[in-house]
Design a protein around this ligand. Structure first.
Ligand code: UT7
Length: 389
């Protein structure tokens, strides 16, 4: 049987708190007019609850995607979380999501390719599915960039937002689905967009914190030039690889970084009609890895993507990286979720939370028991030595 990979579920989550351009003008020397005309952004969402993090946003988007697909978390073979703001350097945020979902049959790993990460993740999921290593893969793009943003740096703090988007890709005999990709990197531009401290190159210290090196740093103009070039080139290449022309493409969903980048790359250079380019950055800002899946979810929900449509997803980001994917939208069966099913899934997640807490408790008890035994052996050794003396 020929194996194809199709999107069968999708979901998104953004925090409730809206931060407008006027709110930002109260924090830094900027204005609604500057932000709107230079970026297209009007507002963004940010987390306010300290218990929220990238994994909790990712989990909410993942649950919505499972609900849409009518799938149990146990059906997942792999969970890929693309993020630039993981909960920790390690363990992977994907493992925390796996635990929160009770996806007991899934492997889990994080993918770091900055804003291109979600499309990289889809390409990895496609590879796992067509090679027969997995049947059902969850790909999530999730960020809490507000915690890595220097709120006194007007060059960056006006751009970013928090959110998460997820898709479930599943094996199918039906041709279509994920058709082609174009992934690339140019590490010579690594310093143009980075979070300098906290890794092994520049471990966190009093000095790094004092100098704000644990915040996002960016050369905006250089990234802008890179983005306008690669977005157009990658789109052209992925369409070529699929043996199609731009006229065949019903919708382009670009990374939602800046409306001027989208206009000068996709619309001007490719001469692609603006009405077939999806944009929602005015409401969410740049949510990095989450921007493309959130835009895809909204495009589908708004009926902008119909069965059989060819859609290009294209992004760029720190690294520097770029990624484009061409998909043919299938006819996913959207499941209607009853109140009873909703109750069942809420109970499922509670049970798995309890199971997880129980396993942690067991580990602690074992550690305590073995720790005590080790201490008593040491004690015995000391006693033996004392006796000899
Ligand atoms: O996911 C990838 C993430 N990164 C990106 O996508 C960033 C790509 N770059 C951009 O989107 C744009 O370069 C920015 C939006 C970051 C900046 O827009 P720009 O048109 O390239 O502005 P600029 O950096 O050339 O700055 C123009 C002026 C400067 O003042 P002077 O030197 O001309 O006096 C800046 O200091 O605008 C000033 N400026 C601001 N003014 C008000 C920079 N940021 C702000 C601000 N409010 N927030």
């Amino acid at each position: 049987m020929a194996r194809y990979s199709h999107i069968v579920g999708w979901g998104m989550y953004v925090p409730e708190k809206v931060l407008t351009n006027d709110d930002l003008a109260n924090i830094v020397d900027t204005s609604d007019e500057w932000i709107r005309t230079r970026t297209g952004i009007r507002e963004r969402r940010i987390v306010t609850d300290p218990s929220e993090s990238t994994s909790t946003l990712a989990t909410r988007a993942a649950r919505a995607a499972l609900e849409k697909a009518g799938l149990s978390p146990t059906a997942l073979d792999m969970i890929i979380v693309a993020t630039s703001s993981p909960d920790h350097l390690f363990p992977a945020t994907a493992c925390l999501v796996q635990d929160a979902l009770g996806a007991v049959n899934a492997g889990a790993f994080d993918l770091s390719a900055a804003c291109s990460g979600f499309v990289y993740g889809m390409a990895m999921a496609h590879g796992l599915i067509v090679s027969g290593q997995a049947d059902t893969v969850m790909v999530i793009g999730a960020e809490v960039l507000s915690r890595l943003t220097d709120w006194s740096d007007r060059n960056t703090c006006v751009l970013f937002g928090d959110g998460a988007g997820a898709v479930i890709m599943q094996v199918s005999e039906q041709p279509g689905g994920f058709i082609a990709s174009d992934l690339g990197a140019d590490g010579s531009g690594a310093s143009l967009l980075s979070l300098p401290a906290g890794g092994t190159r520049l471990p966190a210290s009093e000095e790094t914190v004092r100098n704000g090196m644990h915040y996002i740093k960016m050369d905006g103009r250089a990234v802008f030039r890179f983005a306008t070039r690669v977005m157009a080139e990658a789109t052209r290449r992925v369409v070529d690889k699929a043996g199609l022309t731009l006229d065949d493409v019903a919708l382009i969903i670009p990374h939602q970084a800046n409306s001027r980048i989208i206009e000068s790359s996709v619309i001007k250079q490719l001469k692609y009609p603006k009405e077939r380019v999806f944009m929602n950055l005015d409401r969410y800002g740049n949510t990095s890895t989450a921007s493309i899946p959130i835009a895809l979810v909204e495009a589908v929900e708004q009926g902008r993507v119909r069965p059989g449509d060819y859609v290009v997803l294209v992004g760029f980001g720190g690294g520097l990286t770029w990624a484009a994917a061409l998909i043919q939208w299938g006819a996913p069966k959207v499941s209607e979720v009853s109140r009873w099913q909703r109750w069942f899934w809420a109970a499922w997640y509670r049970v798995y939370r309890t199971r997880s807490a129980y396993r942690r408790l067991l580990r602690r008890l074992f550690a305590l028991w073995f720790g005590t035994r080790e201490r008593s052996e040491e004690e015995l050794e000391r006693l033996r030595r004392l006796r000899k003396e």
